[in-house]
Write a protein that binds this ligand. Structure first.
Ligand SMILES: [Zn+2]
Length: 72
């Protein structure tokens, strides 16, 4: 059985190592790229963790959202 998940990538450098290690004073998580250290608060989303295989990761990279649709 497979489950659909979304993968968060850094738009600055393309890294998949996006994490939350700080919160704003008003309780919002700050998404931070562990590769290039860019960070920004997000109001209505958070992260979960799980292992996915290389095939699924490549498929996620191939479908990165772009303005006007998904890149293929
Ligand atoms: Zn980055």
């Amino acid at each position: 059985m497979s489950n659909y998940v979304s993968v968060v990538f850094c738009r600055n450098c393309g890294s998949r190592y996006v994490d939350i290690d700080e919160w704003t004073d008003d309780g919002r998580p700050v998404f931070k790229c562990r590769s290039c250290h860019v960070k920004e608060p997000v109001s209505h989303f958070t992260l979960g963790r799980g292992k996915i295989g290389n095939t699924e990761l490549l498929a996620a990279r191939d479908t990165i959202a772009k303005r006007g649709g998904y890149e293929k």
